[in-house]
Design a protein around this ligand. Structure first.
Ligand code: AMP
Length: 189
């Protein structure tokens, strides 16, 4: 089962993905985590993406597609992946479909966490102080939210048209949202 967790920054994708890793033994593929690891390791890739990430802009498609492709064997072995923060635009979604098709796999479900902008701003404001992420500040967060609205949200019809999109209220507690995701995953398709 291959699942995409979809939603704006600070919607709770990472938290929910980690829970699914525990409960379903799936592999979490977070391009944001991979890029942060590259920066932390001081690699050439890390140096190339650090400024772009800090500003809240998207890194190039080629970089994230390559990162994901390198991890797909791991997802195969685990019987499925949770894609978290990837794909971020239609070109990435098409590349993902092609990479999975090549392996005889596909995206089974896209879970959209719906959060309203006001709640998101409150959530992130609480996180600015403690996160330690250089892109968790008001200016970068606005750029990230804009990137989501202009480049990532247009992916919703892409998956809706394929009948893969389910929408979950992302406004509740971690447990309530987790229960709603489980219900979506367990529903017959
Ligand atoms: P995230 O942890 O998913 O919020 O990602 C943090 C940052 O990493 C984003 O603001 C982008 O700069 C970069 N990033 C992560 N995933 C992608 C992606 N799929 N495409 C482009 N940039 C990405």
């Amino acid at each position: 089962m291959n699942l995409i967790l979809f939603g704006p920054p600070a919607a709770g994708k990472g938290t929910q993905a980690k829970r699914l890793v525990e409960s379903r033994k799936m592999v979490q593929l977070s391009t944001g985590d991979m890029l942060r690891a590259a920066i932390a390791s001081g690699s050439e890739l890390g140096r190339r993406v650090a400024g772009v990430m800090e500003r809240g802009e998207l890194v190039t498609d080629a970089i994230v597609i390559e990162l994901i492709e390198a991890r797909l064997p791991e997802a195969d072995a685990a019987g499925g992946a949770i894609f978290d923060g990837f794909p971020r635009n239609v070109a990435q979604a098409q590349a993902l479909d092609a990479m999975l098709a090549h392996r005889g796999a596909k995206i089974d479900l896209v879970v959209r966490l719906k959060v309203d902008d006001e709640a998101l701003m409150q959530r992130i404001a609480g996180r600015f102080a403690e996160s330690g992420r250089p892109d968790d500040n008001p200016e970068s967060f606005k750029v990230r939210l804009d990137a989501y609205n202009t480049q990532t949200a247009p992916l919703l019809p892409y998956y809706r048209d394929q009948g893969k999109l389910v929408e979950v209220d992302g406004m509740g507690t971690v447990e309530t949202v987790a229960a709603a995701i489980d219900k979506a995953l367990n529903a017959p398709r």
